[in-house]
Ligand binder design. Structure first.
Ligand code: PBG
Length: 331
């Protein structure tokens, strides 16, 4: 054996172990918290498929976020959910002035001036059919869908979103959004975070319950990537980069870390997000509750692995728990 390559035991001093873990620390800016907001300002709705996650009305959301911001929450990702306002074919209430996200934005900006606010942009929570685009007899009409998506993004930016994050997966939506922002002189106000590499995944199950966005018919395979494809993943990221995305995302998280590494290697100059989605949340939470493992162990290992794969920011429903641990110096 050559002496050169010998992994010796001094590598196992605790500080050396830390030094060997390159760039995997979790700081406050590495965590983004997804929140669901409903129309009734004073409501707090339980989501049966996602214990400890709620749909909040604006006042309840402010109450919920205030202590989190105090202990270091730096960013949120907002999802609007409606059950009083009507849903229709084109998702009119995605950007009407009654939309809960549009109403909340100026108030949250004022209440939490340092908080970074991202808005998910999609049609599925607002359409009667539950799909992410506009449907016609022969399926999704891509042109109409991206025009609609771009208008929604513009409204969110006008009302104060720092980031718009289109999750619809229609072709060329990033270009449509960027163009729309430029035409309206808004492009400097806002970054576009593309859900570039979004797989058609069973891990989204609990979310569709949370966002009330299950498709009435069919599935989303027509516009989300097949889980086995690395090639399509890179091509999707490249297309979004070419169209002007400012930041990229891989979704879901844990099962797709090789894709994160591929995309990060290909586009090292772009911030990389990962979405630890609802099914991953449920899996870890229920596993821990059943006594299969310790939640802190598993969750911090998961987060570190995401950082190791090249992630700059982790979108996670566990944000409140993680912040608590960080406050106590345990992560
Ligand atoms: C769709 C959207 C989904 C998620 C975020 N945006 C669901 C889907 O594509 O079916 C999933 C998030 C999660 O599972 O936590 N607009």
């Amino acid at each position: 054996m050559s002496a050169k390559n010998k992994l010796h035991s001094s590598q196992f001093h605790p500080i050396l172990r830390k030094i060997n873990e390159q760039n995997v620390d979790i700081s406050f800016h590495n965590i983004m918290y997804p929140v669901f907001i409903v129309e009734d300002d004073n409501q707090q709705q339980v989501i049966p498929s996602m214990p400890s996650v709620y749909r909040f009305g604006l006042n309840k959301l402010i109450d919920h976020l205030t202590p989190l911001v105090e202990i270091g929450l730096k960013s949120i990702l907002m999802f609007g959910v409606i059950d009083i306002l009507p849903k229709d074919e084109i998702g009119t209430n995605a950007d009407s002035n009654k939309n809960p996200v549009i109403r909340a934005l100026p108030i949250l900006r004022q209440k939490f001036p340092d908080l970074l606010i991202a808005c998910d942009v999609c049609l599925c929570p607002y359409t009667s059919h539950g799909h992410c685009g506009i449907i016609e007899e022969d399926g999704i009409n891509n042109e109409k869908s991206i025009e609609r998506i771009a208008n929604i993004a513009l409204e969110y930016v006008r009302h104060g979103a720092h980031i718009v994050a289109p999750s619809d997966m229609m072709d060329n939506r990033i270009f449509a959004i960027k163009n729309k922002l430029i035409q309206n002189g808004m492009e400097k106000r806002c970054s576009v975070l593309s859900y570039s590499v979004k797989f058609a995944s069973g891990f989204y199950g609990p979310f569709r319950d949370a966002a009330k966005s299950t498709p009435q018919q069919g599935d989303r395979k027509g516009y989300q990537l097949p889980p086995g494809s690395r090639g399509l993943a890179i091509r999707a990221a490249r297309r979004d980069v070419d169209e002007g995305a400012d930041m990229l995302m891989v979704k879901p998280g844990i099962a797709y870390l090789d894709i994160v590494r591929d995309v990060k290697n290909e586009f090292p100059e772009y911030p990389m997000f990962i979405y630890q989605v609802s099914g991953e949340y449920a899996m870890i939470l229920h596993g821990a509750k059943a006594g299969a493992f310790d939640i802190k162990n598993i969750l911090s290992e998961t987060l570190i692995s995401m950082r190791r794969a090249g992630v700059d920011c982790i979108i996670t429903y566990f944000a409140p728990t993680i912040l608590e641990w960080m406050k106590d110096g345990h992560l």
